[in-house]
Design a protein around this ligand. Structure first.
Ligand code: FAD
Length: 214
């Protein structure tokens, strides 16, 4: 779908067309509501496709709604979301980055570039992982150590030859460490980010650091 005029009014606007936004859209469609789902990306499932190549969901497939595979790959879940939107004919407007949202009198006003939208209700479903968080100590590491956030990590070839320190031992850190450990010595740090005492010791022989804190 696309907007025919620079100003339009809806009963409900959903900002974000990921899992949450599409699920909300499903129920709004079932109620016959006048609504639109706006997403900043040019393809449904983009937030998954932009993650590292070998990513598998850490949630078992039975919790991600697709039977068959034990743990879905990144692209399968993205394709699933895309097919889901098509199957239920959800009105998703892509390349629609919402710049502002304000309440004015009894309605909401949204702007997207030159477009202005009005809505009785707005659902903000923009996700929790849009902006990587880089710990403050990162700027204090030796400049000889290449650093990359998991947000920008795609595959091992992005890193320099040699040992690597993976900072953060959550799901992302664990999965990336497992991948890197197949081809090089990999160290994983799970200490508190408020400390930083590991930096001197653990990075002594390290040529790269992957920060996996979302
Ligand atoms: C590396 C990584 C691995 C993960 N693995 C799992 C897993 O295995 N299992 C699991 O359940 N969860 C996992 N998660 C969490 C997962 O991202 C969420 O469960 C799920 O994607 C949340 O869906 P969402 O719709 O809330 O957000 P998202 O999927 O992030 O969707 C938000 C959408 O909002 C859009 N948006 C943002 N800002 C704007 C704006 N201003 N205007 C318009 N559109 C906007 C974005 O383009 C995006 O498409 C993982 C997260 C990360 C970072």
């Amino acid at each position: 779908m696309s907007f025919s005029s620079s100003e339009q009014r809806f009963d409900t606007v959903v900002i974000g067309g990921g899992q949450s936004g599409l699920a909300v859209g499903y129920y709004l469609a079932r109620q016959g509501r006048d609504f639109v789902i706006l997403d900043a990306n040019s393809r449904i499932g983009a937030s998954w496709r932009q993650r590292w190549d070998s990513l598998r969901l850490f949630t078992p497939t039975r919790y991600s709604s697709l039977p068959g595979d034990a743990f879905l790959t990144r692209d399968k879940v993205a394709d699933y979301l895309e097919a889901y939107a098509a199957r239920f004919n959800l009105p998703v407007q892509l390349d629609a980055m919402v710049d502002s949202l304000i309440r004015e009198a009894d309605r909401y006003l949204l702007t997207m570039g030159g477009h202005r939208l009005e809505a009785e209700q707005v659902v903000v479903a923009t996700g929790a992982f849009q902006h990587p968080r880089v710990p403050t100590f990162a700027s204090k590491l030796d400049l000889a150590i290449a650093q990359i956030h998991s947000n920008a990590y795609r595959h091992p070839k992005q890193l320099r030859e040699g040992d690597v320190l993976i900072v953060g031992a959550g799901n992302s850190g664990a999965e990336i460490a497992l991948e890197l450990a197949q081809t090089r010595r990999s160290w994983r740090s799970s200490c508190s980010f408020t400390g930083g005492s590991f930096t001197r010791r653990s990075t002594r022989t390290t040529r790269s650091a992957v920060v996996s804190r979302n």
